[in-house]
Write a protein that binds this ligand. Structure first.
Ligand code: PBG
Length: 307
């Protein structure tokens, strides 16, 4: 009765990695229990998450064709668009959040366009990202979630969506996304590791909490409907500051590396997996997150129902 912070399945979002083909469930070696899924298998996984009580999935696509323009992400019949359509058709009540980024569809694996010399071209990337968001909204995404960290993309996306008749599609902005070592396993799953350099020119320095707040406030001013802090565990202070500063819901992403650390220790019998997962998610909620994206979402939803 006196517990201050509660976890509920309604607060959880489950990421899915979609790959080309059919009947594919390819385990991600660095993320035990998580698979790359063909569209049909992603639908099955989405259905089982919904049955467990998870209200939303976050879709990532790893299309086969990668080029400098990120064409696959702009294609109305590209992998991501088809996955969005298929999941919505099979589970209309499940919310589909579409991750919007270029890294899964570019041949260089960066989140934006690259200029000669390897510099990321912020402004042309913003144009493409807005077009990608519109493509996913047209495919039926309930929300678009830009994870690229270019400056000005929320405003550009909002204008593009509004003009095309998608004024009601919310933007969930990865507003404070740090250049983190904890994304390592994800890059295997999403096949999105940068071919050269790193992401430090667009993602944030882990030492900068005040700058995180500034990034978040800019995104809210540009029209973000929800804001995200990512990773979650090493950035609880940022979650707290952001939740006190903004009038919109705060989402925290317990990223691949945070998941894999718990998994690896649990597999060795070094940690009680269930207790550790529930404690880590409770801590993220206590810090101020309204919603949590976690690879444990369906598992936790089932645990919470059986408590
Ligand atoms: C791509 C993206 C990344 C994650 C979500 N979207 C990786 C990155 O920025 O390199 C990480 C998620 C995770 O580690 O679980 N822009």
């Amino acid at each position: 009765m006196v517990r201050e912070t509660r976890l509920h399945p309604d607060q959880l979002v489950y990421p899915l990695f979609v790959v080309p083909g059919s009947a594919i469930r390819r385990p991600v070696a660095s993320m035990p229990g998580i698979c790359q899924l063909s569209v049909d298998e992603a639908v099955a996984e989405a259905q089982s998450a919904l049955a467990a009580g998870v209200p939303a999935v976050l879709l990532f696509a790893a299309p086969a064709h990668k080029d400098a323009q990120a064409s696959a992400a702009l294609d109305p019949h590209g992998l991501a668009a088809e996955a969005i359509r298929a999941v919505k058709a099979a589970c209309p009540q499940l919310l589909v959040w579409a991750d919007v980024c270029l890294c899964g569809a570019t041949d260089h694996g960066h989140c934006g366009h690259v200029l000669p010399g390897g510099v990321i071209d912020n402004d042309s990337s913003v144009q493409t990202l807005a077009a990608v968001a519109l493509n996913y909204a047209r495919a039926g995404a309930d929300a678009v979630a830009p994870s690229d960290m270019m400056d000005g993309r929320v405003q550009s996306m909002r204008q593009t969506l509004d003009r095309a008749g998608f004024a009601l599609t919310p933007i969930i902005s990865y507003a404070a996304k740090f250049a983190s070592a904890f994304y390592g396993p994800f890059r295997d799953a999403a096949e999105s590791a940068p071919a050269f350099g790193d992401r430090r020119s667009y993602q944030m320095d882990p030492g900068n909490g005040r700058e995180a707040l500034r990034e978040v406030l800019l995104d809210v001013a540009e029209g973000a409907d929800l804001v995200m802090v990512k990773p979650a565990g090493p950035y609880l202070d940022v979650i707290r500051q952001v939740s006190e500063a903004v009038p919109v819901p705060v989402v925290a992403y317990q990223v691949s590396g945070e998941f894999s650390l718990i998994k690896a220790a649990a597999e060795r019998g070094w940690i009680d997996e269930r207790a550790a997962v529930l404690e880590s998610l409770t801590g993220i909620r206590r810090a101020g997150a309204d919603l949590i994206i976690t690879y444990y979402a369906p598992t936790v939803a089932r645990w919470l129902r059986s408590l």
